[in-house]
Design a protein around this ligand. Structure first.
Ligand code: RB5
Length: 144
């Protein structure tokens, strides 16, 4: 079973809790990497918790949520081997896998509604990397 590591700050906590059973229902092991309450906290810590597990195992995926998704995506993309995509619609979610082989999905809980978030998550989890010329470009992200 593939694992999805999920993390949020206080702004994303509600959406994280909302999405966990949905992701499990799609057949994934859900590993909650915090936060664990709505108390104010710092998103880079949870980006780190998720990204260290995703970059150590190519089978793992991550989903990070903060208010805008921006802070989480900035923090996640600092980790070597992480390709984090901030998505606000299903097209971005599909293409972030197909062309960019994103291994972390970032969502803004104050930007999109909960039902749209679930739809984005499902599309992202079910989309596949196309490889080919896109592999060359993804490799360049790491090597340049
Ligand atoms: C928290 O207020 C907010 O700044 C945070 O969730 C996130 O949006 C940062 O990028």
């Amino acid at each position: 079973m593939k694992s999805v590591y999920v993390g949020s700050d206080h702004a994303g906590y509600g959406l994280k809790e909302f999405m966990k059973p949905y992701i499990a229902g799609l057949g994934y092991e859900v590993v909650d990497s915090g936060c664990f309450s709505e108390g104010s906290c710092d998103y880079p810590n949870f980006a780190h918790n998720v990204c260290k597990n995703v970059r150590n195992n190519a089978e793992n995926l991550g989903i990070l949520i903060c208010g805008t998704g921006i802070g989480m995506s900035m923090a996640a993309n600092r980790f070597k081997g992480i390709r984090a995509a901030l998505c606000a619609n299903e097209y971005q979610a599909r293409m972030s896998k197909a062309h960019n082989n994103a291994n972390v999905l970032c969502l803004g809980s104050r930007v999109i509604g909960q039902d749209l978030a679930l739809s984005i998550i499902q599309v992202w989890l079910e989309s596949e990397f196309e490889g080919g010329r896109h592999q060359r470009r993804v490799d360049l992200i790491e090597s340049l």
